[in-house]
Write a protein that binds this ligand. Structure first.
Ligand SMILES: CC(C)(COP(=O)(O)OP(=O)(O)OC[C@H]1O[C@@H](n2cnc3c(N)ncnc32)[C@H](O)[C@@H]1OP(=O)(O)O)[C@@H](O)C(=O)NCCC(=O)NCCS
Length: 149
């Protein structure tokens, strides 16, 4: 890409983002419209999408509360993957979390998800925990932390 502009999104984009999420994730990991609206409405929740709001290339949903932030989900449409969109979204989420006063940001990722792990490692994420057999395929979840200060 990586020139696609990023912009905040709101509840109105939930349908198009749920469709994108369904293309990017396995069935048991998919988030529907209601989940996206719910996460966006959490205390400190925010969302950023890449590309045009009516046909986004990817999006990130995150929250920043009481000095800590977390990425709730990050998805890039499969045809747009590998072109820097995910890295741009992650960078923007880190910047927005810092702007909102977070000193660190947490991420959860399957140990089997090599692309996401590589992306997060490049952003400076360090493993701080592990949830055994967390995902439906039996893989562990790694809890990662990025320092924003
Ligand atoms: C993970 C995901 C968000 C990455 O987005 P992307 O736009 O494809 O990633 P980028 O093109 O920005 O790549 C950034 C870095 O990620 C890593 N990466 C991306 N795709 C990769 C792949 N297929 N294999 C290994 N590393 C990969 C690389 O380190 C890359 O840096 P480089 O291009 O300098 O080598 C995207 O693949 C996706 O939506 N996957 C399905 C959903 C998912 O797993 N979300 C994360 C859940 S925690």
């Amino acid at each position: 890409m990586s020139g696609a502009a990023l912009q905040p999104f709101g509840r109105a984009e939930a349908p198009v983002l749920a469709a994108l999420h369904a293309r990017a994730f396995a069935p048991e990991e998919r988030w529907g419209e209601a989940a996206i609206r719910l996460m966006l409405g959490l205390d400190g929740g925010f969302g950023l999408l890449a590309g045009p709001a009516e046909a986004p290339l990817g999006f990130v949903l995150a929250r920043a509360v009481a000095g800590e932030a977390e990425v709730l989900t990050l998805a890039v449409d499969p045809p747009a993957q590998g072109a820097g969109v995910g890295a741009a979204l992650l960078r923007a989420a880190l910047a927005e979390a810092a702007r909102r006063g977070a000193a660190c940001l947490f991420l959860e990722v399957s140990e089997a998800n090599a692309p996401a792990r590589a992306l997060y490692a490049r952003a400076g994420a360090a493993e701080v925990g592990r949830r055994r057999r967390y995902y439906s395929d039996g893989s562990d979840a790694l809890v990662l932390r990025v320092s924003l200060s």
